[in-house]
Design a protein around this ligand. Structure first.
Ligand SMILES: Cc1ncc(COP(=O)(O)O)c(C=O)c1O
Length: 382
């Protein structure tokens, strides 16, 4: 199988991730923070070790401000529903995943919050002026993804963070497509809340993600109880991470995530990113040679995350992806990628797009196989 669906979940995982989590599972199944015995203490330490690694990656001083959830969606829900109150206004964009849009629209119905969706320019880049012009006296939150999972566009997060800071507005970043791939410094970028997956560019297993919470922010927890400490108290603990981590954590997954971060650091984040960019340009240049293929997102020379969405003119994306899978053993993602407003911008709201998302382990040869498959499909369909 040729795997081009890294934007959904990365695969294959580094051998050291598989080895580390398997070894941990074999040697220690204790519940972290639920006992005074040695095995429970080792499990707690293993979780803390991954917290430290993520904190270092994001330039967070106190690792306890990193909170684990199952995925980015849960982290985004905690941030959005835990922060916004009745009467608040939030600014977001047409490029957001429904993990952002749905909780916001839910709060619009439930609490009457106001939402402004700003549109990107023709290069799918957010416009700082548009964001500034949308600010109202009750604007409390900006929510933007660092990079689009449909178009690959990298957004000017640092500049948006500066606007947020200047106006006293909290800034939530959906880093699903960038954490582990791009250097993120929450201090320098003025990010107050950052949601991330463990199973994409961080190369960990599924079932782990998290949220960075600036110490000045106290969110209302979405889930209560099961914190394993302060059991005598009726109320949820105040301090992070216990305030937000209710119930037993995915210890094995978190240990695997720690091994994924080690791998990235050993290889060098810049080296991996440059390889992905090289492969992305190779793919885009190949697609340029096929006139019946239309690809979307920023121009060829503008850096993007390794995501290229395309269309064979006149053909439904699901049909093309099914043929790629069944006849060529090539895994891509079709449809709307959980971001229907992004498809409105591309005018692909009825056909969807075929998304090819690469990882540093892919090769030029695999891309050639895809390009030849697309040419063959076109010749058979015409
Ligand atoms: C931009 C973006 N946000 C949120 C998500 C949801 O991530 P998860 O599957 O970790 O919940 C994704 C997943 O692809 C994404 O690409």
């Amino acid at each position: 199988m040729i795997y081009f669906d890294h934007a959904a979940s990365s695969w294959p995982k580094p051998e050291q991730v598989i080895f580390t989590l398997t070894q941990f599972l074999r040697e220690n199944g204790a519940n972290p923070g639920r006992g005074n015995h040695k095995m429970a203490a080792i499990a707690s330490e293993a979780i803390y070790a991954t917290r430290v690694k993520i904190a270092k990656l994001l330039n967070v001083q106190n690792p306890n401000q990193i909170v684990f959830f199952m995925n980015t969606t849960q982290a985004l829900n905690q941030a959005i529903k835990g922060f916004l109150k009745k009467g608040d206004h939030v600014i977001t964009s047409h490029l957001e995943h429904n993990s952002v849009r749905r909780p916001l629209e839910y709060l619009r119905k439930e609490l009457g919050i106001e939402i402004t969706y700003v549109k990107p320019n023709e290069q799918s880049k957010l416009q700082l002026k548009e964001i500034e012009n949308a600010i109202q006296s009750n604007t409390r939150l900006f929510v933007f993804s660092h990079a689009s999972n449909v178009l690959g566009t990298i957004q000017p997060i640092k500049e948006i963070g500066a606007i947020a800071k200047k106006n006293g507005i909290a800034f939530l970043v959906d880093a699903a497509q960038t954490v582990g791939r791009y250097q993120i410094d929450v201090k320098e970028m003025n990010i107050d809340l950052l949601a991330f997956p463990g199973h994409k560019a961080l190369l960990g297993p599924q079932g782990v993600g998290g949220l960075y919470i600036n110490p000045s922010i106290e969110l209302s927890p979405l889930i209560h109880g099961g914190t394993g400490n302060q059991s005598e108290k009726i109320d949820q603990p105040k301090a992070s991470p216990n305030r937000y981590e209710s119930g037993t954590l995915n210890t094995v997954g978190i240990v695997g995530l720690g091994a994924g971060i080690d791998y990235i650091e050993q290889q060098g984040i810049e080296k991996l990113k440059n390889r992905e960019w090289q492969l992305t340009q190779y793919l885009l240049k190949g697609l340029e040679q096929i006139p019946q293929v239309k690809w979307y997102g920023p121009d060829l020379h503008i850096e993007r995350v390794p995501v290229v969405s395309l269309q064979i003119e006149g053909h439904d994306s699901n049909e093309v992806a099914t043929v790629l899978d069944s006849h060529y053993q090539i895994a891509v993602r079709s449809g709307f990628h959980c971001a229907p407003l992004a498809h409105e911008i591309c005018h692909t709201e009825s056909s969807g797009l075929v998304r090819v998302s690469l990882g540093h382990t892919n090769t030029e040869k695999e891309i050639d196989t895809l390009l030849n498959a697309l040419k063959e499909i076109i010749s058979l369909m015409m």
